[in-house]
Design a protein around this ligand. Structure first.
Ligand code: SAM
Length: 252
């Protein structure tokens, strides 16, 4: 099922959380001279317009990037850079944030299965170091792992349209960690009243993950009340990175 479209949710509070943490991790990973490989299992279109009918229909960005105070952080530098290039209502998806931070020596592999999202991603992210794959992200990433560079990050950001995706995501992370033990693995999940993320957390618990949650609503409300991130093999200093992001989000 591919009915989910990120254009309705781009720039919301969950994106802020996920994208700020991603920017922190990539800042660390690109400090050393050796090349890294960045992979996304569920990439989306990479660039969004917050003035589009989809974004305006939900109004979610207004409570996310619309209320963010800004600050001295690579995430905000990228937002400014993207808006200079694409206009004041542009918002970068995770693939574009990563591409903006990586160097020509680094490689990106982006998987997207929705035909229109894939076509948009291919055009938005065209660059010599970037491969855009029209393929299931889980099987595609396992086929590439471990990459030659061996250092790198895999972002797993499914839409959780079907409830089995929580377990599938956890099992995929176990397989990936076995094939590519050096990878920093980041899994995003929504906090919803059904709390199905507990199943995901329980499956990945043998990998000793860091778990970071940003609660922005009442847990009994309809819909998403928070955003969760699971970090497996986090970079050194990840606890300080997460604390910095929490401070920027005004979340203690
Ligand atoms: N990571 C993106 C960001 O933060 O900008 C948002 C990704 S969005 C939550 C999930 C995307 O996964 C959708 O564009 C959807 O079409 C795509 N998708 C769904 N199932 C997939 C699969 N099996 N393999 C690859 N992509 C898939």
């Amino acid at each position: 099922m591919l009915s989910y479209q990120h254009a309705y949710h781009a720039g919301n509070q969950a994106d802020l959380h996920k994208h700020m943490v991603l920017a922190e991790l990539l800042t660390f990973l690109t400090q050393k001279p050796r090349p890294i490989t960045y992979i996304e299992t569920h990439a989306g279109r990479g660039l969004y317009d917050l003035a589009s009918p989809e974004a305006l229909k939900t109004g979610e960005a207004e409570f996310g990037i619309g209320t963010a105070k800004g600050g001295d952080h690579p995430y905000f530098e990228i937002i400014d850079e993207i808006r200079e290039r694409h206009g004041a209502s542009a918002y970068p998806g995770s693939p574009l944030i990563a591409q903006s931070m990586l160097r020509p020596i680094d490689q990106l592999h982006l998987f997207e299965l929705h035909p229109q999202e894939h076509a948009a991603l291919k055009s938005n992210l065209a660059a010599p170091n970037t491969s855009v794959h029209f393929r299931d992200g889980f099987t595609g990433v396992l086929a590439l792992s471990p990459p030659k560079s061996n250092a790198g990050l895999v972002l797993i950001d499914p839409s959780y349209e079907v409830k089995t995706e929580y377990a599938l995501t956890g099992l995929f992370a176990l397989d990936l960690a076995k094939l590519w033990p050096k990878a920093t693995i980041v899994i995003w999940y929504p906090i919803l009243p059904a709390a199905r993320h507990h199943e995901l957390l329980s499956i990945v618990s043998p990998l000793n993950p860091f778990v970071d949650e940003y609660h922005f609503g009442d847990k009994n409300q309809r819909g998403m009340s928070g955003s969760g991130l699971i970090l497996i093999n986090p970079v050194p200093g990840a606890d300080q990175q997460l604390a910095r992001v929490r401070a920027l989000l005004g979340h203690t």
